[in-house]
Ligand binder design. Sequence first.
Ligand code: C2E
Ligand code: CA
Ligand code: CA
Length: 643
Amino acid sequence: MMKHIREFVDIPHDKPELLKAQGQAFSRQLPFMYLMLLFNSWALAFTFIGIAPDALAIYCPILLTVICAVRMLIWWRTMRGELSLDKSARVLKIAARISIGIAFLFSLWSVCLFPYGDVYAQSHVAFFMAISVMCSIFCMMHLRLAAMSVAVIVNVAIIGLFGFSGHVPFVMIVLNTLCVSITMLAILVIYYRDFTYMIEARSSARALSNENLRLANLDALTNLPNRRSFFAHLDDEFIHAEATSARLALGIVDLNGFKPVNDLYGHAVGDNLLIEVGRRLQSRCHGRVHVARLGGDEFALIISDAGSNEELLVLGEQICADLLEPFVFSDVSISISGSVGLAVYPDLAKDVTSLFERADYALYNGKRTHRGHATLFSVDHDAQIHRDAKIEQAMHTADLEHELMIFFQPIIDVDNRHVIGFEALARWLSPQLGPVPPGLFISLAERNGKINMFTRILLEKALRVAASWHNNMRLSFNLSAKDISSSEGVGQLIEIIKKSGFNPKQLDLEITETAVMHDFGRARIAIDELKQLGCGISLDDFGTGFSSLSQLHALPLTKIKVDRSFVMDLHIKPASYKIVKSLLALSRDMGLGCIVEGVETEEEMQALRTMGNIHVQGYYFSPPIPENQISAFVTSMQSPEYA
Ligand code: C2E
Ligand code: CA
Ligand code: CA
């Protein structure tokens, strides 16, 4: 019983939300209660002026008004400041006590007035006390201790004053007031319970939504902030950097060779690898660096108050070195690498979008030119972007069927000087820009999604020319990663090859290692389909990537093309010489054909001749030539003065 009573009147210290809500509701209603009391008191005083002594009819109400005003002022000042939970509890407790005191004073004043009035004035006292107690209970419904105490004090006074007056109407007024007070207290109990439920429900809903918000901003796998949280944080940091003229750097980290890990070792190992990458990044970047996972194998860094470009590049290289360390899981050890692209506000990026795009651009460029390292967005990149924008604009309005052409570069069997085939190389003569190098427009088309259209037009054109060749001459044609990344795309290529009339057995499709690594599984399927048609598959630019021949052995390749970087000056570079030699030996062992690309000089050619019978391609024999020079070139190679 005592426990229930204590519960009923206690301030809920253990429920902070409830305590706060209770304080707020109570503080809103308290001024109304005091105003009501004062107004009613002055109305009662007015009835008694001239009947009761001035001390009671005038000075007492003045004193009560001053007390109420002071109370209100103190209350207002307390509630204006920030309320801690302890302070709220204390303020509520004091408020309850003061309310009890004030109820006592008003009741006492009413009791003192009573004897001076006639029956009408006495009725006003009864009415004043009854109506004021009801209104006070109502106003203090959030502070049950005060409401109940006030109800008890006033009702005791009313009973004492009117219950034994001998006047039936007064006794009935006592009963009415008692009945209404009890009813109101009962309703107050019910109301307070609902109020408690409501506040508790609200606080648990808030806790849930906070948790949802936390989860919505967290990457479930690595526990790092996710893409959404990353961009929100970037916006905040950018506003700060703008306001304080601080340098803000953004880094994007991308793993090289992650997809094959997933394909070869399964997703569980892939997941563990990403978790470990997240850990390594975090342990490398602490303090001012915010690490997030953007998705897939892409991570990002926000470096606030960034240091010099050199410092940023050092951090980038440290990250690359961290990622180069093998990842060891129970029974496997996996080696991958990571590339980092960096951009700095306000150097060459003026807003959040360009900061991100430029870091991405630096990453993309770095992956092409020096994989596994950090690249900072530079003035050169900026110029490239402008140049690319111009090319892209021209691409939109280009009549590609007419503007695209194919040049053919011969591939020579060094032993007998026979032209065994030609590699088709795209050329674009734009009316606005003049000749655009394929290195530029192909990579742009790869990025803007137009590459499939380019490939279809180019393949049709190349096959149309090759269909007229004699003597089993082969055609090599370059494919992009996106050309083999969907079964529809591959289906369309197969259609074009079938329709061309050129024997697919004499067609070599060249793909780069990056195209294969982009999606190993998909590339395998595409290669199988194309091989079924009879086409050969050559691995282009071999040696520039990361994979070893044995890794690529899983693919049904027919040829490799040794990248021209190994051929350059190989007669004076023993390392290059050895690499080319061992690649030739390896490809022979694996039953693969081999073409050495980019032979330019007599000296290089002589050095290559010492390696046995090889197939070469390069300016030494011929640059890529237009269609109408092909037969003259083939004939010239057979002529005796060349032999
Ligand atoms: P790639 O497939 O490695 O083609 C060989 C590139 O090396 C060609 O550049 C060729 O002109 C050049 N080259 C040949 N011999 C020598 C040499 O002795 N010395 C030097 N320095 N260069 C030599 P090109 O035609 O500018 O093509 C560049 C790249 O553009 C190609 O590299 C290929 O990746 C891409 N590409 C060209 N045509 C196509 C195409 O039709 N489709 C696709 N997807 N890519 C293409
Ligand atoms: Ca090629
Ligand atoms: Ca090549």
